[in-house]
Design a protein around this ligand. Sequence first.
Ligand SMILES: NC(=O)C1=CN([C@@H]2O[C@H](COP(=O)(O)OP(=O)(O)OC[C@H]3O[C@@H](n4cnc5c(N)ncnc54)[C@H](OP(=O)(O)O)[C@@H]3O)[C@@H](O)[C@H]2O)[C@@H](O)CC1
Ligand SMILES: [K+]
Length: 479
Amino acid sequence: MLTAYTADQVRDAERELMARVPEGSLMQIAATGLAAVCARLLPSVYGARVALLVGSGDNGGDALYAGARLAARGARVEAVLAGSRTHEAGLAALLEHGGRIADESALDAADLIVDGLVGIGATGALREPYAALARRAGEADALVVAVDVPSGVDAGTGEVAGAAVRAHVTVTMGACKTGLLVDPGAGFAGALEFVDIGLGPHLPDADTGALTGADVADLLPRPVAESDKYRRGVVGIVAGSESYTGAAVLAVGGALRAGAGMVRYAGTSAPVAQVRAAWPEAVITELDGPDLGGVGRVQAWVLGPGLGTGGFARELAAQVLASDVPVLVDADALTLAAGERALLRRTAPTLITPHAGELSRLIGVPGARIEAARLEHARRAAAELGVTVLLKGSTTVVAEEDRPVRVNRTGTPWLATAGTGDVLAGVAGALLAQGLSCYDAGSCAAYVHGVAGRLAADGVPLVTTDVVAAIPEAIRSLG
Ligand SMILES: NC(=O)C1=CN([C@@H]2O[C@H](COP(=O)(O)OP(=O)(O)OC[C@H]3O[C@@H](n4cnc5c(N)ncnc54)[C@H](OP(=O)(O)O)[C@@H]3O)[C@@H](O)[C@H]2O)[C@@H](O)CC1
Ligand SMILES: [K+]
């Protein structure tokens, strides 16, 4: 599990640790790690042109000491001093090793730019001249390495209130910061490198986490000798409609491929015909009216993809949500729930899987604000609605009250295509039926779905049926 922390959590831990070690030693460890990453990125340190963006705090100090180390190895290091003050000892070290102070034109000629404008001590949008420097760094040809966090990204939330440095690599000190995992900030961070400064024992419970493949492999249910199809989990799927048949096919496919012991599909004649043709494994109930009485027992439901929002759909949704088993609520069922919040008031576990637009209707906050502050709104929805929230998007987050938010890092922009959400719903529903909690089912499903998306795309556009087909390979790749 990759764990991440807010700026306050890291600062508190640093304070505890600093009281136990010689003054300045943590910064030396941080700068040594930073310089090592920079050196690895350069074809040759000797003769390389390195520009340091130096703010007034210790983030700038890290950059200066790292610059001093690179200068000592023959790099041409120039420091652009942006703050009202500068870390004096760091600057002295740089000058001593042959570095020099320069103006911002140093950025244009640099092979590598080190962003030490601000780290966890920043508040709000970048002020000038920092903002202009962040923009100019973005226009340069150089590789950009951010110190601790890309300046302009809120370390605790991933929010970006104005200009921000777009880094190729972020070297984060002591502990990963939440803002490096959650979009929009994650999109500015590039690849993450971690420098261990010994903070571990002083850190509190994580603010956020990201599952690794090994974590998902441990959590995914595996059949044992005495398993039968009922014990492996029966998932009921109420999806699709006369106008939207594909959603049913994709959700059923996702559930079957994710290892459900049995998938019971209930729908009207058009989607039934499609599901029957695509998935002979599914057990099908063709509905004449809005009555799920004949479907049989299930251990979890998937409700909503392509279902429609009329009276028929509403009646089915009410019956599913009145059940005493976990329910995954997606797509049209979320629209129904937005108009009738009481539908979500239930005692059994509920996992909702909105994108920002759907969550906007549920909690009455504009979609753009949700996109800008994904963690805050996922958490808020989980608390307000009393459900587990899987908020879809460029980084999917899974929020449940009193637990660290789980961030999924396996997606690909190619997954932003019609129908992929239906597959995700099927995968997560299958995991719920196999006994995983909403929190684990949602985060494991997002992981597997993201890996399947990457495998299916492999750098070119994908169609959603490819994602379904790639699920077995995705599960196999977990190790
Ligand atoms: N302590 C240690 O041992 C270790 C520390 N480490 C490192 O220290 C970093 C934290 O250092 P920090 O606390 O000095 O804060 P930091 O982020 O450099 O800058 C704060 C200053 O920036 C300014 N400023 C604020 N907001 C702004 C804005 N929006 N726009 C523009 N300016 C803004 C404001 O300055 P002012 O405006 O007052 O001049 C404020 O004082 C941490 O991220 C890590 O890199 C690691 O090496 C581990 C060991
Ligand atoms: K920075």
